[in-house]
Design a protein around this ligand. Structure first.
Ligand code: ATP
Length: 226
């Protein structure tokens, strides 16, 4: 248990290959994140950064190795147990946002609360949207949002239920510099206030500069950067 207490995320000896690939995408990959650690994964396109996030979330299953998050061995859960576990413990900002087109911004953002059967105040959701500069878009549908607004909606949805672990793929990819800084402020605040363990995939120097630890994904595994 001591290990589960100190390590929020632990990947051990991971080997992962997509079906039909002639060699593994990830091999002998290890990663340990402490509670409240804010870490970035860097690396060129196609090295497996998104796949790594999916492994932490239990959305991809390694051929070999173990993924443990907050003391739960994610690799040992069946699909429906993994889905329940994700809802309660994870926030995930996907590269393509995955907003539901028939729900408004406020409804999309409230979704993690609804899925957990939590009661929520519409006002609370709106004030959270305001912190991300989305007050005026609360009743808009995703098709009317700019790329940056859609991304901020995805970020709000990932953080609204205050998950202990946040995974974000290209957190600030579609944002102008000012909004990217505001999003990073919010993230750093969440990490400090709520001890949110966070793993972000990024190419953005303004993100990489503000994390606690940086890893480069290269040659199938992670390398700690200075
Ligand atoms: N579902 C899949 N089936 C087969 N191959 C896949 C699948 N998803 C990704 N790949 C391949 O695995 C490799 C790694 O993909 P991944 O998306 O993890 O990389 P990435 O480092 O996140 O790239 P980017 O920075 O462009 O998002 C790529 O060569 C990709 O084509």
């Amino acid at each position: 248990m001591a290990q589960a207490e100190s390590h929020a995320v632990q990947l051990e000896g991971i080997r992962f290959a997509y079906p039909g690939a002639d060699r593994p995408l990830l091999e002998d990959l290890d990663l340990t994140l402490a509670r409240g650690e804010l870490a970035a994964v860097l690396g060129p396109s196609g090295v497996g950064k998104s796949t790594l996030l999916n492994l932490v979330a239990g959305l991809a299953v390694p051929e070999v190795g173990r993924v443990t998050v907050l003391g739960t061995e994610v690799t040992a859960l069946d699909e429906s147990a993994a889905a329940r576990w994700r809802r309660a413990h994870l926030g995930f900002v996907f590269q393509q946002f995955h907003l539901l087109p028939y729900l408004t911004v406020a409804e999309n953002v409230a979704l993690p609360l609804a899925l957990q059967g939590e009661r929520w105040e519409d006002e609370g959701v709106r004030s959270f949207l305001g912190r991300l500069g989305l007050a005026e878009q609360a009743d808009a549908y995703p098709r009317h949002l700019s790329g940056g607004q859609a991304q901020r909606t995805a970020i709000a949805r990932a953080l609204i239920h205050r998950p202990p672990v946040l995974l974000a793929d290209e957190l600030t990819g579609n944002l102008d510099e000012e909004t990217a800084v505001a999003v990073m402020d919010l993230l750093v605040e969440a990490v400090e206030e709520l001890c949110t363990t966070t793993l972000v995939v990024t190419h953005a120097p303004e993100v990489a500069a503000r994390v606690h630890t940086r890893y480069r994904l290269a040659h199938h595994r992670l390398h700690r950067e200075p």
